[in-house]
Design a binder for this molecule. Structure first.
Ligand code: C2E
Ligand code: MG
Ligand code: MG
Length: 722
């Protein structure tokens, strides 16, 4: 059956109306009737009719006018005459009937053709729509989607001029893609303005035939005359207006309602494709942001450890093919914590960002950099021929600290320690290189600040030894290898012992007796400080009470116990001190807790609360190593300090360094003025003791006077001294 043919209910089964009509009309090829066949049939009919009529006319004339012609005897001439007339009339009736049938068939054929053309057009539209939807759904890039939408719309409507406007902000449409003359027309419209603006407001498709206000439009459009017919449809997806699709007809052509409906349908598909592409774009952006965040430090925008390791690995693999070295510089800002603690984390962040900028501007363009978090940075120096080049690069980095950093109008001076590891000398993997540079950096830090240290294999062994030591230290606490020694504190004028400072010692099974300075930094790193402090506090209180019973003293000794910065932050500190006092029955005013300035600086609020709570227990507070920290004097007013212990470095210089001498003198005076006891630490020589006496420093301790002694030795010393 042909496309577009129509069936009726009363027709012969299997035959279309046209086929039936063709059969009735007597067409030979009635299954595929054509206009030509109909014409031919009509021609046959009329030739036959005319021939027959002529024959009959001749016969009638013969019978009527030629009397010589005698019909056979059996034939009645009248009957013959009327018979012929009857035949002529019958044939004429037949011919007329056939003519009518042929005309009907012609009509049917023409209708069928019109219908077929219309259906073919619809089919083409539907397949264009389907193709367009398929194409648009396959594309994920927004720009490509927009191009495809306009191309497909043009194909659907046989146009070349059109635009896609997308909603921008609350009530604005902006042309994001255009073709033909539209590309040269205005690119922005408010909702309600112009045809597209109207469509955006009403969300109804709009068909325009003829030019609206031709004079004004012509002026606006300048060289580009407005179209005579156009279609505009809203692009709506899930009830959200995304934009408007405008298609303009070619000159002289006018769109109809049917085309508007087709474009509306198409617009729905187009809106879905735009929404999809946008979603995809957002996800892609999010994914790329996530990847960036996963591989970068967001404060400084430098690569993080993961990305940096990757770069090192890459550099190593490249280097293997060349005869060049690569070096890793591991850098740690010295005392950065103090900036955070004293000026706040915001200031700390500002310094880190400023330093990252300086670092960026100082390294060679190809060298990779990273921030590992906190105050740790790393730089990868590639293609050097000798380790000295790496040292030169590190020196360049150190020179970045020659100028202070400005934070909130304040100048902050910083330094850094740098560890260097050079590939091919020792390490072979990115991790190993990093670990070695880190080890070298730790050594640099240990040697003082602002140092550069190149990694050596022995450092690795040292680091391992430290690890072993950490494990050993925990074992030492459990096995009671830690002991408390006591260093007497003297009233210098009276040369009388007024107290003792408890100092922890480690009876190491192989290395012998270790002073606190030899293992406490390690304990701090291993998180064992609070445990050690507790142990010392209890043991020291106990010992001092026992001594009281054993040695008759004029006045009871005071006991100074050091509290580590970590312990000072510990919420259980105050209860612990209270329970130690209660358990040993030591009077609270006999106990002096020594804290360092750096401990006060960290988290001042919490520390302040703890110090006040300790004070309300009745214990005294001493500021240890006074003078080595930051802005020391202000602490004397802000915190409830009873004792100040002048650091050893000033006592060292009290006889030789005028500055140190003046400083000690000032602290002594200040103590007197503020009613704070002043203790000079680390008196090693008589001359120092004399100088302190001259400066009227009331109290002192040091090896010259007495070293830290174990419990029994202290008992004998006290007995002897009395
Ligand atoms: P610190 O509280 O300032 O203690 C004084 C340190 O100087 C002690 O070192 C002591 O042995 C040493 N010293 C005393 N007189 C002299 C001298 O004339 N010359 C020299 N050069 N040094 C002298 P130690 O025992 O190694 O302790 C070092 C630091 O470790 C202490 O400094 C203190 O801050 C800390 N510390 C010691 N024991 C403990 C403890 O049980 N808990 C806590 N948290 N810290 C402790
Ligand atoms: Mg101390
Ligand atoms: Mg001290």
């Amino acid at each position: 059956m042909q496309a577009g043919s129509v069936r009726s209910s009363e027709e012969t089964p299997g035959w279309t109306l046209t086929e039936r009509a063709a059969r009735i009309a007597g067409l030979r090829s009635f299954e595929t009737p054509t206009l030509e066949a109909i014409e031919y049939r009509r021609y046959q009919l009329w030739v036959l009719t005319i021939a027959l009529l002529l024959t009959l006319v001749v016969a009638l004339a013969t019978f009527t006018f030629w009397h010589d012609v005698r019909p056979p005897a059996w034939m009645n001439p009248r009957i013959a005459q009327w018979g012929l007339i009857g035949i002529v009339l019958l044939f004429c009736a037949y011919a007329i009937e056939k003519e009518l049938q042929l005309r009907r068939l012609t009509q049917l054929l023409i209708e069928e053709r019109v219908l077929t053309t219309a259906l073919t057009n619809r089919l083409r539209e539907v397949s264009t729509l389907l193709e367009a939807a398929k194409a648009m759904n396959l594309i994920l890039d927004l720009q490509e989607v927009l191009e495809t939408i306009l191309d497909c719309a043009h194909e659907l409507l046989g146009s070349r001029d059109g635009s896609i406007m997308l909603v921008h902000g609350e009530d604005e449409l902006r042309t994001v893609y255009a073709s033909g003359e539209s590309a040269a027309r205005g690119a922005r419209l408010r909702f309600g303005e112009g045809i597209a603006g109207r469509v955006a407001t009403t969300r109804e498709p709009l068909l325009i035939s003829g030019v609206i206000d031709p004079e004004r439009r012509a002026q606006e459009a300048g060289a580009h005359p407005p179209p005579t017919s156009s279609l505009s449809v809203p692009l709506v997806h899930r009830d959200v207006l995304l934009g408007v699709l405008n298609i303009n007809a070619a000159a002289g052509y006018t769109y109809n309602e049917h085309q508007l409906r087709a474009l509306s349908l198409f617009g729905e598909q187009a809106a879905a494709a735009i929404a999809n592409a946008r979603l995809y774009e957002e996800q892609r952006l999010l994914a790329s942001q996530n990847v960036y965040q996963a591989l970068h430090d967001l404060l400084t925008n430098l690569p993080n450890r993961a990305l940096f390791l990757d770069r090192i690995t890459h550099a190593l693999s490249r280097r293997r093919r060349k005869d060049q070295l690569i070096a890793l510089l591991f850098l740690d800002l010295d005392d950065f914590k103090l900036i955070n603690d004293s000026l706040g984390h915001g200031a700390g962040d500002e310094v880190l960002m400023a330093f990252a900028d300086r670092l960026r501007s100082s390294v060679r363009s190809g060298d990779a950099m990273a921030r590992f978090g906190g105050d740790e940075f790393a730089v990868l120096v590639e293609d050097i021929s000798s380790p000295t080049h790496a040292v030169a690069a590190a020196e360049r980095i150190l020179s970045l600290f020659a100028e202070p950093f400005t934070v909130g109008g304040r100048s902050v001076w910083l330094r850094a320690s740098i560890g260097i590891a050079v590939e091919s000398l020792i390490a072979s993997s990115a991790e190993a290189l990093l670990r070695n540079a880190d080890t070298a950096k730790n050594v640099a830090k240990g040697q003082g600040k602002g140092r550069i240290v190149v990694f050596e294999e022995t450092m690795h062994a040292d680091a391992l030894r430290r690890l072993d030591l950490e494990a050993e230290l925990q074992h030492a606490i459990d096995e009671r290898q830690l002991a408390v020694h006591f260093q007497p504190i003297f009233a210098l004028m009276a040369n009388r012992i007024v107290g003792v400072e408890a100092l922890v010692r480690w009876h190491h099974p192989e290395r012998g007796l270790l002073p606190a300075a030899a293992f406490l930094p390690l304990a701090e790193q291993a998180g064992l400080m609070v445990q050690i402090d507790r142990l010392v506090l209890h043991q020291a209180c106990e010992t001092v009470q026992e001594l009281r019973a054993e040695v008759p003293l004029n006045a009871p000794l005071s006991l100074s116990v050091n509290i580590s910065p970590t312990h000072l932050q510990d919420p259980g500190l105050v209860d612990e001190v209270a329970s130690a006092l209660k358990a040993t029955r030591l009077e609270a005013e006999r106990l002096v807790l020594e804290i360092t300035e750096s401990a006060i600086l960290a988290d001042t609020e919490r520390v302040s609360a703890h110090l006040n709570a300790l004070k309300s227990l009745g214990v005294k507070l001493a500021l240890d190593d006074f003078g080595t920290g930051y802005s020391s004097l202000s602490h004397l007013r802000r915190f409830p300090v009873d004792v100040v212990k002048i650091d050893r470095v000033f006592i060292d210089g009290v006889t030789s360094d005028k500055g140190a001498n003046a400083l000690v003198q000032a602290i002594v005076r200040l103590g007197r003025g503020l009613n704070i006891e002043v203790v000079a630490e680390g008196i090693e020589q008589q001359s120092q003791a004399d100088a302190l006496l001259q400066l009227r420093c009331p109290f002192g301790q040091g090896w010259y006077l007495c070293e830290a002694l174990p419990r029994d030795a202290l008992t004998s010393f006290l007995r002897r001294f009395l």
